[in-house]
Design a protein around this ligand. Sequence first.
Ligand SMILES: Cc1ncc(COP(=O)(O)O)c(C=O)c1O
Length: 411
Amino acid sequence: MYQTPFDINFVRSQFPGLDTPWALFDNAGGSQIAEQAISRTTDYLRQTNVQHGASYELSRLAALRVEAGIEVVRQFLNVDESCEIVAGSSASQLLTNLSLAMRQWIRPGDEIIVTNLDHEANITPWLRLADYGAEIKFWKVNRDTLHLETDDLRQLLSPRTRLVCVTQTSNITGAIVSVRPIADLVHAAGAYLCVDGVAYAPHRLPDMAAQDADIYVYSQYKVYGPHVGMLYVRRALMEQLGNINHYFHAESLPYKLQPGGVVYELIAGICGVGDYFELLSDELGNDADLPRRKKYRKAFDAIHAHEGRLNSIMISYLQSRDDVEIIGPALSDPDVRVCTVSMSFRGMRAADVTQRLEESHIAVRNGNFYAARLVESLGIDDPGGLVRVSLAHYNSADELDKLISVLDTCR
Ligand SMILES: Cc1ncc(COP(=O)(O)O)c(C=O)c1O
């Protein structure tokens, strides 16, 4: 049994949005923002809301605050150079822009592999490259296990494969996909790997050095920060891509992939997410001198353990019901899954379950969560799709008990 490694009341007190009668279990849709990130955002607006690029001191200070936000992302992802990080409004927008920059890079006959496990954000942009000569292949989940089998990928790879796009965690099944073995296969075939980390990054610390993906995207607004998305593109690849910005930005990284200004105050606000991880790490033990990335690691190790506990409560309850199907691994191991759990009820429609929970101020959600191809492949005939309970590390076992007591009336 996993033990909660931190004082949950301390963690919760860092998120002002949790001060509500609602138990919030729609975190895979968007997390609560840390107090520190709110402060950093408003500090920017109150103190340094001027244009960048001028020589006056305030302009330089404003630019430094935005750079500091990017530096937090660099540390969070374990990336070598800040020029490999592109900021945008969302993961969907960033991948769409990236695909525009690939229109000339893709050669007629090049093959792109996408999955039917992914959120549509990591599918549609690549399908559109078919108009520029790409051939698209689908890597489909094993219908019984809902896993992507590496043997199936092996069959799909060919000397013409240029790009493989896969999620690191399904926003439906919550299952964690091991990126490194996929990266090794893809690179051995001479292709590039694009990973959607949106459903992973709120729960486990990404590591570009270890994972070896060439492209990685996540949504900061699901990782305790403001509403922006972040994209990593390996420098050697970014240099090959087209410029979607003004002509004089053709050689400037990452600006060739980042047309227009970013929302400065929100990028500056990301510093507060870093502050929060550091505070959590300090709270866990007195090694205040640890380097920043190590503090993030320590915070995420604790998140991993707490989520393991939440998983075991949730999964063992659902397994006790023979009228509920868990769509994803029926396992609580936090190395196997994050605490995003989707389910279908034999005796009740998904929308009715959601409504029943809402009546008790429990926020969950039903639908296909834009992983429409996966949900279609499951053959679910309820137009309301699946019920998804998505937890974050600030959810408590008490909240989960409340959820379970109302779920128990859903029969
Ligand atoms: C796995 C996954 N990928 C991509 C996205 C799209 O993210 P964004 O809202 O930042 O475009 C989502 C959003 O829910 C998601 O869950």
